[in-house]
Ligand binder design. Structure first.
Ligand code: UT7
Length: 356
């Protein structure tokens, strides 16, 4: 049995920088509020109709492949994590395959819908496939084009100011070096609070979950006797249901609890301590969350990488973008213990320990 390693990483962010002040032109918000509550100074938005979740992923993938010493056509399995896919279906995995010209007949693609923890879940799947010898060049990519689906009115300000566009990719390969590679991955989920951070319409639920939870609000779902109707009504649009919604404080409280918990669980699994961590790459949800986690784990500033200030929250892309930047800045060296961790919608969360 092999162990798997991260053989190459790459990231891409669109050129267009969007400042907090620019957002304040659309909605009631301010640079001061956004920086104080989230740490975000600016984010990137992709070029509408030219850049997509898939094209950004392709940029990041080409860099990751070059660094791994392979051509994109050598990828045998694509794992694509996103909550902002180009199409409702098919998923971005096959679109990326086409974009990169991967035509060999062994190729396969899988799409992951785990939001902020999508890259961690993808990494864990890749790890299992590589360890068993099933695949040799697995691509794990997280990419998001949030700017195409946010509410730019004051109603959506608690969500919209947070998110940004970008992509990050990693090529996972087998290694026989016992000193290197992915040591462990720990994944968790709890669907109890699925709607606390969600984008629920359009969908096929027809109000089922809300009714089951005791919410009798009539959102005008199509009658049960009709078929083939769109699942989006004017009433839903008027209520902003075509946008993501979040109960921020609730999510925040869960995040600061689950991050340290899953990191400690991963460390315990391989007999290591928090003092062994050389670099923590937390999902960039909110600078205050990262700082809270850092304090709980008693890590010094040089052991935690944050870039939310420049990019906002890029969901599935945030961990690989941050990992790539930390590595490019020379902050991750051979032999270092790198901890990746994420928490987000679902709720789903996870951690990975990698000996670089
Ligand atoms: O990545 C996936 C996981 N996501 C997270 O982990 C996010 C976790 N949550 C958070 O990061 C924070 O809860 C937010 C940044 C989303 C919000 O910060 P908060 O300190 O929890 O604010 P709040 O939601 O409690 O709102 C406080 C006030 C409210 O006004 P009132 O009711 O006190 O008058 C909001 O309406 O701030 C208002 N507000 C804003 N004001 C200016 C909400 N968003 C904005 C805004 N600009 N953008």
């Amino acid at each position: 049995m092999f162990r798997s390693k991260i053989a190459g990483i790459g990231h891409y962010v669109p050129e267009r920088v969007v400042t907090n002040d620019e957002l304040a032109a659309f909605m009631e918000t301010s640079d001061e509020w956004i920086q104080e509550r989230t740490g975000i100074q600016e984010r990137r938005y992709g070029k509408k109709h030219e850049e997509t979740t898939t094209t950004m992923a392709a940029h990041a993938t080409r860099i990751a492949c070059e660094r791994a010493g392979i051509a994109p056509e050598d990828i045998d399995f694509i794992i694509f994590a996103t909550l902002s896919p180009d199409y409702y279906f098919p998923g971005c995995g096959v679109l990326l395959q086409r974009e990169l010209g991967i035509t060999h007949k062994e190729a396969a693609a899988l799409d992951i819908r785990n939001q902020c923890s999508g890259f961690l879940y993808g990494l864990s799947v890749a790890d299992q496939f590589v360890r068993t010898g099933m695949y040799k060049n697995v691509l794990v990519v997280g990419s998001e084009m949030h700017s195409m689906g946010l509410d730019f009115s004051t109603r959506g300000r608690n969500v919209t100011v947070i998110f940004g566009d970008g992509a990050g990719a990693a090529v996972i390969q087998p290694t026989e070096n016992p000193e290197q590679g992915i040591l462990t991955t720990k994944l968790h989920s709890d669907g109890t609070y699925a709607e606390k951070l969600a984008f629920i319409n359009p969908g096929s639920h027809g109000g089922y979950h809300a009714k089951k939870a005791g919410d009798d609000t009539d959102f005008g779902y199509p009658s049960p006797d009709t078929y083939g109707e769109i699942f989006m009504t004017q009433h839903m649009m008027d209520n902003g249901q075509q946008y993501p919604n979040m109960e921020g404080q609730f999510v925040f409280k869960m995040a600061v609890q689950k991050f340290p918990e899953v990191i400690k669980e991963a460390l315990d699994a391989v007999g290591l301590q928090t003092t062994d961590i050389d670099m923590l790459i937390p999902h960039q949800a909110n600078l205050r969350i990262s700082q809270f986690v850092q304090k709980t784990l008693r890590l010094s500033d040089d052991k935690v990488w944050n870039n939310i200030q420049k990019y906002g929250n890029t969901t599935a892309a945030s961990v690989p973008i941050a990992l790539c930047e930390a590595w490019e800045a020379g902050k991750i060296k051979s032999g270092d213990l790198v901890c990746l961790a994420a928490f987000g919608a679902g709720f789903t969360w996870g951690a990975a320990l990698v000996r670089w």
